[in-house]
Design a protein around this ligand. Structure first.
Ligand SMILES: CC(C)(COP(=O)(O)OP(=O)(O)OC[C@H]1O[C@@H](n2cnc3c(N)ncnc32)[C@H](O)[C@@H]1OP(=O)(O)O)[C@@H](O)C(=O)NCCC(=O)NCCS
Length: 178
C-alpha cells in the first residue's frame, strides 16, 4: 500500500513485527524486484512463512520491526546475528513498495533502529551488508551515519555474474576505542 504523498517523510514508528504484519511481509518477500536487492533465493509459502514467524518469536538473536509510516505498514527492518558478548549486530531493512522508496523512510527507520541499538540494547557496533550495485541502500545507510569499511569482492552471484558486497558500520562513539 502506498503511503499518502505530501510531506517527503511521513511520521514513522518501528513496531515489533506481529501477526498483523505477516500478509504484507509474505507478499514482499516473494517479489523478484525485492529479491534482487536482498539476495533471498527461494519462494516462501504461507505455511513456511508461519513457521518462520514462530521461530522468529523464540530467537533471541533476531529482532524484527515493522516500519509504519503514518500508520501504514511500509516495510521491515531489524537485527540479525545479535552478538551479546561483543555487543555487535547486523542490521537489515527494506521498504516493500518501490513507490514508497526514496522519500527518506529508509534513513529515518535506520536512525531509529540504530538509536535503539546504542540505547536500550547497549550495543557497541552495528553493521550492514549491501550489494555494490544497490546505490539507494548505500546512500541511505551513509545518510543515517554508516561508513563503508570493506568491499567483499565477487561475494554474490546474481543475474549470471559476480557482484561485490559492501560492509558498512557505525560505532557507538563514531570512532574505534583501543
Ligand atoms: C534501501 C532502502 C531501505 C532505502 O530506503 P529509502 O526510503 O528508499 O531511502 P531514503 O529515501 O531514506 O534514501 C536516502 C538516500 O538514498 C538516496 N536514494 C534513494 N533512492 C535512490 C536511488 N534510486 N538512486 C540513488 N540514490 C537514491 C537518496 O538520494 C538519499 O541520499 P542523499 O540523502 O544522500 O541524497 C530502500 O530503497 C529499499 O527498500 N530498497 C530495496 C531493499 C533493499 O535494497 N534493502 C537493503 C538490502 S541490503
Amino acid at each position: 500500500m502506498e503511503v499518502r504523498k505530501g510531506t517527503r517523510t511521513p511520521e514513522l514508528r518501528l513496531a515489533p513485527l506481529s501477526r498483523r504484519h505477516l500478509d504484507a511481509t509474505l507478499q514482499w518477500v516473494n517479489r523478484p524486484e525485492l529479491k534482487h536487492f536482498t539476495g533471498t533465493l527461494f519462494p516462501v509459502s504461507r505455511n513456511g512463512h508461519g513457521a518462520w514467524f514462530r521461530r522468529l518469536q523464540n530467537d533471541p538473536l533476531r529482532r524484527w520491526f515493522a516500519i509504519e509510516a503514518a500508520g501504514v505498514h511500509v516495510g521491515n527492518t531489524g537485527i540479525k546475528h545479535l552478538d551479546a558478548a561483543n555487543r555487535c549486530a547486523e542490521l537489515f531493512i527494506y521498504v516493500g513498495d518501490p513507490q514508497n522508496r526514496g522519500r527518506g523512510l529508509g534513513v529515518q527507520a535506520t536512525r531509529q533502529l540504530t538509536a535503539m541499538c546504542f540505547g536500550p540494547l547497549a550495543l557497541h557496533r552495528v553493521f550492514a551488508q549491501v550489494f555494490a550495485f544497490n546505490t539507494p541502500a548505500l546512500a541511505s545507510y551513509m545518510r543515517a551515519g554508516f561508513v563503508q569499511e570493506a568491499r567483499l569482492r565477487g561475494h554474490y552471484f546474481h543475474g549470471g555474474r559476480w557482484h561485490d558486497q559492501i560492509v558498512l558500520s557505525q560505532l557507538i562513539h563514531g570512532i574505534h576505542e583501543f
